[in-house]
Design a protein around this ligand. Structure first.
Ligand SMILES: Cc1cc2nc3c(=O)[nH]c(=O)nc-3n(C[C@H](O)[C@H](O)[C@H](O)COP(=O)(O)OP(=O)(O)OC[C@H]3O[C@@H](n4cnc5c(N)ncnc54)[C@H](O)[C@@H]3O)c2cc1C
Ligand code: SF4
Length: 467
């Protein structure tokens, strides 16, 4: 097909559940592409010699290669190319912010819209899940053992890459299910837990062992893993799951949640299934969530599905500065979420019996840019107003949990408590590597995975040199 013909094909759309229907259920919003639609989308790719999309991908997927294989109808080849670089494509195809990564630099976007790389990635992963019994074949063992702390995207990716090289890998996970934020944070309607399970199971098939309910720093220390438990190297990927609160009056009231607690109760512990959950959330008709990222968007869309009317999101900057993915903001609005922007909560009000009855907010305007380059929100004096609610969810960020690092004082940390690493992912302790949110602070799934790959390569070199 000539480039001019490729340029004429419009970007294919992703079928999705109707907004009014999905606002009342927890099933996945996006429904996936049919083969013919995926092939048509793949035909839009210009098969660039200098494929700009590849350096736009933190795990170096040969994007042009797998898309060409889809266009040719060779799905086994597309899957091989994909899994070579990315052990969790069903996850990244659903939650990656492609619009600011591979799709942002796609040459096709200069005239028209980018190739829908994320949708095609999801298509290949779903095909492989449904059509392949064994996704990876384990190589002969090297005799070296690596312990991984945390089973989020960084830990899982590092585990997969090390297992591909024949190392024996054990992941220690504090919670009772593997997946990290992928299972306790991101809701079912964006990332079905069945997808996470199947990608984790594919790693298990390669020989990766996962021990849940083990807290490193309590059950074992990092030093014990190396000196007593027989591991040759350790990768720390325990995330940054400690919620930050605004520090405003009323945060002690019943009905105030961190987004992490709210989402964990609903997603991981199943409060969305209704009656009978051991960890229910308070039933509420009016919910206010503060924040502008994916976490805030997930919390407010979850509240909407649990019956909140209105489910309101307040954010102190403008819409253009919201860090959440564009698709999530669009989906939230379609589902009836109220976005109240340039608004900052200043006090949570109680009903006299210890329960939340509302939140006082202040209107903001944008001033000069701050250190992040975004225009600083400035309060407008006298603009306070009240929003009635029974649940108030804070989704303004998280930071490193000090439990592990306090038990390993030799680990060098930065001023925020994140672990410092060199270009190979190695920490200040030889043989101990780290990556993902514990190094970067709250970031993205694919950046955590990129760190997992870098560390796996660093660990492999370290072990090959006799470490
Ligand atoms: C609600 C929400 C929505 C998000 N949406 C998106 C999105 O759409 N797209 C995107 O790219 N990013 C998104 N992110 C960010 C992304 O999920 C994180 O950047 C990513 O998960 C970080 O991966 P990680 O492996 O470093 O840590 P995590 O995913 O946090 O995993 C760390 C794991 O370590 C375990 N652990 C912690 N301490 C210990 C210990 N001492 N011993 C043993 N185990 C321990 C934890 O239980 C957890 O399972 C979202 C985050 C949240 C909270
Ligand atoms: S940059 Fe875009 S058009 Fe070029 S190879 Fe990558 S996906 Fe295809």
């Amino acid at each position: 097909m000539k480039p001019a013909e490729r340029m004429k094909i419009p970007r294919q759309t992703m079928p999705e559940q109707e907004a009014e229907v999905r606002a009342r259920n927890f099933s996945e919003v996006n429904l996936g592409m049919a083969l013919e639609v995926a092939r048509r989308e793949a035909d839009r790719c210009l098969r660039c010699k200098d494929a700009k999309c590849v350096p736009g991908c933190p795990v170096d997927v040969d994007i042009a290669g797998f898309i060409a294989a889809i266009a040719d109808g060779d799905l086994p080849k597309a899957a091989d190319i994909m899994y070579e670089a990315n052990v969790l494509p069903g996850i990244t195809g659903r939650v990656c912010p492609q619009e600011t990564q591979c799709e942002e630099v796609c040459v096709r976007a200069k005239k028209g819209s980018a190739v829908a790389i994320g949708y095609l990635e999801r298509f290949v992963a779903d095909w492989a899940r449904e059509n392949r019994e064994q996704i990876f074949t384990p190589p002969p063992p090297t005799g070296k053992a690596v312990a991984i702390v945390g089973s989020g995207p960084a830990g899982l990716t590092c585990a997969g890459e090390l297992a591909k090289k024949g190392h024996e890998v054990t992941i220690f996970e504090a919670l009772h299910k593997p997946g990290g934020v992928l299972v306790y944070g991101i809701p079912e309607f964006r990332l079905p837990k069945e997808i996470v399970k199947s990608e984790v199971d594919a790693l298990r098939q390669m020989g990766v062992k996962i021990e849940c309910n083990v807290i490193i720093g309590l059950t074992y220390t990092v030093t014990e893993l190396l000196e007593k438990e027989g591991f040759d190297a350790v990768f720390i990927a325990n995330g940054a799951g400690l919620p930050i609160f605004q520090g405003i009056p009323g945060e002690h009231l019943k009905g105030v949640y961190s987004a992490n607690e709210y989402l964990t109760r609903v997603n991981l512990m199943g409060a969305f299934k209704g009656e009978g959950s051991d960890t229910p959330v308070i039933k509420s008709t009016q919910v206010v969530v503060v924040g502008g990222g994916n976490t805030a968007m997930d919390a407010v869309r979850t509240a909407r599905r649990l019956g909140a009317d209105p489910a309101t999101l307040v954010y102190r900057r403008s819409r253009a500065e919201m860090p959440a993915r564009i698709e999530e903001i669009k989906h939230a609005e379609e589902e009836g979420v109220v976005l109240d922007i340039l608004v900052n909560p200043v006090e949570i009000l109680g009903d006299g019996d210890g329960w939340v009855r509302g939140v006082v907010c202040q209107r903001m305007e944008l001033g000069e840019p701050d250190d992040s380059g975004r225009r600083r929100p400035v309060p407008i004096p006298g603009s306070e107003f009240e929003i009635p609610c029974q649940i108030f969810v804070e989704a303004i960020g998280t930071r490193a949990n000090p439990l592990l690092t306090q038990s390993t004082p030799e680990l060098k940390l930065n001023k925020w408590g994140n672990i410092e690493v060199d270009e190979h992912g190695m920490t200040s302790i030889p043989g101990v590597f780290a990556g993902g949110d514990i190094v970067r602070g709250g970031a993205t799934v694919i950046l955590a995975m990129g760190d997992g790959k870098v560390a796996a390569s660093g660990i492999h070199d370290y072990l090959s040199k006799g470490g």
